[in-house]
Design a protein around this ligand. Structure first.
Ligand code: GSH
Length: 210
């Protein structure tokens, strides 16, 4: 088995994306905790692996990969013979479209605002910025509605097999579902609600996101 280390903190959504894929592909790996709230990601030693100081980073047999799209592409091709990307070209393109929507339009309002304000700040003794929360509802709903339109569902985003896009969306739903805004932002996304009920039961999700 190859010598594989994933660097990142277990609570990070993108670290969870990589770990869900590694788990579903049955890959053995080591996890090296790199905290983002205590500055581990800005040390010289970590910046020598990832010059932008983000997580995750994957090390495999002396090679270093950062950026989640590169990491998931590599894991899927190397360890799963590409099975987590749909074979049909248009469906595969739709999968990458959802991945891009998650990173470009969903992550910021759903994670940086709704998750941080509702779930992180109270634990730090900080006040929730209700105005920021209110402003994040419409963009979160818009991104989820777009994903709802593109996904085929039943039961995963693209039918009977998990895809890389599922692993991007699951960690965000893990947090979003705990916020008071969850019903509002998923009001027009019945397929995603069914999807969420299903993916929560996966062993990999319980192991990585539990
Ligand atoms: N462009 C990066 C984004 C990764 C990212 O945003 N990671 C977050 C945690 S989920 C992070 O490192 N935050 C710490 C920081 O921005 O200082 C990728 O594709 O991997």
């Amino acid at each position: 088995m190859a010598n594989i280390t994933l660097y990142g903190t277990p609570i990070s959504t993108y670290v969870r994306t990589a770990r869900l894929l590694l788990a579903e592909a049955n890959v053995d790996y080591g996890l090296k905790d790199i905290g983002i709230f205590n500055g581990d990601n800005k040390t010289d030693s970590y910046l020598s692996k990832h010059p932008f100081g983000k997580i995750p980073t994957l090390e495999i047999e002396g090679d270093t990969l950062y950026e989640i799209n590169a990491i998931t592409y590599f894991i899927n091709e190397k360890f799963a013979a590409g099975k987590f990307a749909p074979a049909d070209l248009m469906t595969r393109s739709h999968m990458y479209q959802i991945i891009s929507i998650v990173s470009s339009y969903l992550y910021s309002p759903a994670v940086s605002v709704l998750t941080i304000e509702n779930l992180v700040k109270p634990g730090q003794g900080k006040e929730i910025d209700q105005q920021a929360v209110e402003s994040a509802i419409a963009p979160t709903q818009k991104a989820l509605n777009a994903i709802e339109d593109i996904a085929t569902g039943n039961p995963y985003l693209f039918g009977s097999g998990l895809t890389i896009a599922d692993f991007y969306l699951i960690p965000i739903f893990v947090y979003l579902s705990k916020t008071p805004q969850f019903e509002a932002v998923t009001a027009n996304a019945p397929k995603l609600k069914d999807w969420w009920n299903k993916v929560q039961t996966l062993d990999s999700v319980k192991e990585v996101c539990g």
